[in-house]
Write a protein that binds this ligand. Sequence first.
Ligand SMILES: [Zn+2]
Length: 181
Amino acid sequence: MTHDADDGWSFATAREAASFGAGELTNVPGIDHAMAESGTLCGIPEQQVTRYMHLFEPAEAQACLDCRQQAQAAPTKPCAQERLHDRLQDADPGQTRDDLLAALRKGAKVGLWLRGPASQLARHYAGLDSLTEGTEAAVEAFNTAMSIGLARVEDGAWRFLAVLPEDDSRPLVARGPRTLS
Ligand SMILES: [Zn+2]
């Protein structure tokens, strides 16, 4: 999905609220706290809390007031489009990259974004066979890396492939026509 220029979508409006895991003071059920890296946001030490797998819900009645305030004041996180846009700032320059950056700025959905063994990703996720621009460099990147990242974005008539190396090499962008398959 792509947003119209006038529907108000932007990196700023698309930022996502910060999320935290939930926890309780061990043996004192009833109050949910938001978990920081160690301990709760309101300062209970890690060894006194039981961590839960669900997320802290600031709006719920049992949420600790201090944790609620801190969770709601936490900085928002960039959306996937903004993060990928940032990641591609130092990509190989060219029309393909510029078109992908423009698509991300208007909200084109990041359909897939993952990393793993390059040979597996090449076989199952990269869609190298369907590329028509930037093919050679993309294939080369998958052939030479052990581990690699990729992102796929569809916009208009194009299916973009962003190749995101794990080493120091530059990201690159390839694309091919979008198909219905
Ligand atoms: Zn708390």
